[in-house]
Ligand binder design. Structure first.
Ligand SMILES: *Cc1c(COP(=O)(O)O)cnc(C)c1O
Length: 381
């Protein structure tokens, strides 16, 4: 492993991380391919009219998603703010100005209780009131029908780590559209597979928000919004560069737009079968390297993108502690991994007691150092 380019972080005294946790914002998100960095550097040398740049970048998104229109956002979270704002205020300048005060607007956003995630805060940030349907295990169609009323601005659908008991998206679209209510989707971590770029739009979603800085490998602070032309126009009216808007705090600069567009063009050209098989090999190395340690159970979990859950989009190596395990506790293992230099971050957000190695942010060959560190920490040797 080369440590080229780490000088800046060393100068500040910031420790490098091995990121086996996935596209996690607090661990730096993702690494941009060199061509993306070059595009940002090129864009940084010149002035352009931001309306023109936004419109042309939006056209690229529209073409690649099959939507009528698109917009580069400051991350999927900012896309959610703009989705909510667009459905409540539209492009009406008086309403755009009034948000997050929603007086005189439809302001309820319906979402499944099974879809509650930290990020639904972004709908509330625009001024929306959340209305929950269903429970953690199931939702009936009548619950959605019953929740829709004259104050309903939108139905939100969130593709998170696990889908739980939500109605399928196409059913939600069918019910909402019968009442002329738009369906807004957060699919932040659902790329790859690239098919999802078009899939949710094709199912009838009115707006879909993706992260640009997760699997797309664009700038960490970017996102992709795609959808109906009138709603994308409204999203734009509710955000930067419009300086008197709720979304102005989530500005996107010309360099980020250049980086995102370039990353997206590379993304749709990528051979993901090859990428997945590389990720699988990295997981297999971890499983094989630790398989002989008594009291541990290792498993390789295959990618299952058809489950439409962000946890299933890539293969994973899973570590379980059996009842006869005599070594350090999971929390002690996590702490020792963090305390080393470089620090190691694994994913402990899944099932209780499980440690997941998610390979999407491992550099080539880094699985060898990772497996060695895991072994040291687990065996105390
Ligand atoms: C990561 C994530 C977000 C936030 O996306 P950003 O691009 O970091 O703003 C929102 N929703 C879900 C389900 C996510 O996984």
């Amino acid at each position: 492993m080369t440590s080229q380019g780490v000088e800046f972080y060393e100068r500040l005294g910031v420790k490098r991380l091995i990121n086996a946790a996935s596209w996690i914002t607090v661990y730096g998100g993702s690494i941009m391919p060199p061509a993306v960095v070059t595009a940002m550097e090129d864009a940084s040398r010149w002035f352009v009219d931001m309306h023109e740049l936004n419109a042309k970048a939006g056209q690229v998104i529209a073409n690649l998603t099959g939507a009528e229109a698109g917009l580069v956002t400051a991350g999927s979270a900012a896309g959610m703010v703009l989705e909510a704002a667009a459905c409540m205020a539209g492009s009406d300048p008086a309403k755009v100005w009034r948000l997050p005060d929603t007086t005189g607007m439809k302001n309820e956003i319906i979402l499944h209780r099974a879809h509650r995630v930290n990020y639904d805060h972004n709908f509330r940030a625009a001024g929306a009131t959340l209305v929950e349907i269903g429970n953690s295990g199931s939702t009936a169609e009548w619950e959605l029908e019953d929740a829709i009323n004259e104050n309903t601005a939108a139905v939100a659908y969130i593709f998170g780590p696990r889908r739980g008991g939500a109605l399928p998206l196409d059913k939600v679209v069918e019910i909402a559209h019968k009442r002329e209510v738009p369906v807004i989707v957060d699919a932040a971590a659902m790329l790859p597979p690239p098919e999802n770029l078009t899939q949710f739009i094709a199912m009838g979603a009115d707006m879909v928000s993706f992260s640009g800085g997760k699997g797309v490998l664009g700038p960490q602070s970017t996102g992709i919004l795609a959808g109906r032309a009138d709603l994308i126009e409204a999203a734009y009216a509710n955000g930067a560069p419009n300086s008197d808007s709720i979304g102005r705090a989530a500005k996107v600069c010309k360099e980020e737009i250049a980086g995102l567009v370039t990353a997206l063009e590379i993304f749709v050209d990528t051979d993901f079968e090859a990428v997945m098989s590389g990720w699988r090999d990295q997981c297999a190395h971890v499983v094989e390297s630790l398989g002989d340690i008594p009291g541990l159970r290792l498993a390789l979990s295959e990618a299952r993108p058809e489950m439409l859950e962000s946890m299933s989009n890539a293969p994973r190596a899973l570590i379980y502690f059996e009842h006869d395990w005599k070594g350090p506790s999971r929390d002690q293992v996590l702490q020792m991994l963090e305390d080393g230099d470089p620090g190691v971050r694994v994913n402990a957000s899944g099932f209780e007691g499980e440690i997941a190695i998610i390979p999407v942010n491992l550099r080539r060959g880094e699985e060898i150092e990772l497996a060695r560190r895991l072994r040291e920490v687990l065996t105390g040797g």
